[in-house]
Structures are given as C-alpha cells and as structure tokens.
Write a new protein. Structure first.
Length: 180
C-alpha cells in the first residue's frame, strides 16, 4: 500500500482527522503522501466489495432471510441486489483464489465461468504486470471473454444468476428487478 512508515503514519492521520463522509487533506500534503492516500482508498474500495460479499454470504448461512434486515428502518447500506451481486462474486472465489493485484471488477467479469476458466482469464489479465506495471483492464478482459461459449458458464450454488445479473453495484443503467 505505502512504501514507508512516514507515509503510513501520514495516511492514517489524514484518515483519522477526516469526517466519516469526506476526506480532509491538509494544504501542506506532499504529492507522495497525497498519492499514498489515493492508493489506500483504492485498496479499501476493492476490499469493501469483497467484505460486503462475504458478509452477505455469512448472513445467509447464519440468519437466513437477509431481505428483512434491509427492509427494516435504519439500514443505509447497499441494496439487496448489490449485496447479492457482491456475494455471487465472493462465493465464486474463496479467499485463496482472490487476486490482490486485480480489482473486484476483474473477478466479477469471470465469476460465472468454471474455476479453471476463471483462473486462466485472471492469469491473462495479470500478464502485463511485468512489463506495464498494471494489469489488463476489465474492459479488455470482458472483450476477450465475450465470445466464450455460454454453455461453459456455470450456475453458482444452484442460483438462477446469469452473467448479466452480476453487475457493478455502483453502475448506472437498466437493472433486473431484485428477487430473493
């Protein structure tokens, strides 16, 4: 995440002094520290998607009807559909198969493939890291697998989920109605 104890301390201090719904960066923040904060936030965003998915899976296993939790007053987190989508991806990738150099979105693109095919495509997305220092984009990955035979896609835990159902929770546009 960060390269030095100084960067880590500065990132922690900026985050601690910021409001819960914002970020207050001091005027004298160096470019290096500003960039370190950005990297921290990007990693936290990626981790949050995985954590919401794992949280939703746990709730299903432990408590059953999670829709009731979201319908109660006081819930201000993601909607049912977003939680379900995060869980679909988290369920497809046990922790040991999750690639920290790739985004949650990369994993979402291949979540409905067989584990072998998904891992092969994630390997492909990681290939340029050695040369370019960054993986292939999710757009490149999507374009490459678009021609995949739909018969190779699998249902996750018997769900009726299709690849079109697994969408970015923050994306805009037409969405299928949420159902339990």
């Amino acid at each position: 995440m960060t390269n030095s104890p100084d960067e880590s301390t500065t990132v922690a201090a900026i985050l601690a002094k910021s409001p819960s719904l914002g970020l207050t960066i001091p005027e004298d923040t160096s470019f290096q520290h500003w960039l370190a904060v950005g990297k921290h936030l990007a990693l936290a965003d990626n981790a949050l998607a995985w954590r919401i998915g794992d949280w939703w899976i746990y709730g299903q296993h432990r408590y059953g009807d999670r829709i009731a939790v979201l319908c109660r007053g006081g819930w201000s987190g993601p909607g049912f559909g977003a939680c379900r989508n995060y869980a679909t991806v988290a369920r497809a990738f046990e922790t040991s198969r999750r690639r920290d150099v790739l985004s949650f979105s990369h994993h979402r693109e291949v979540a409905l493939l067989s584990p072998e095919d998904a891992d092969r495509w994630l390997d492909w997305a990681e290939e340029p890291l050695r040369d370019r220092g960054k993986p292939r984009s999710t757009r490149e990955l999507r374009r490459q697998i678009k021609g995949q035979n739909p018969a190779r896609r699998r249902a996750l835990n018997g769900s009726q989920t299709t690849s079109a159902d697994v969408t970015d929770a923050s994306s805009e546009g037409p969405r299928k109605p949420d159902s339990p």
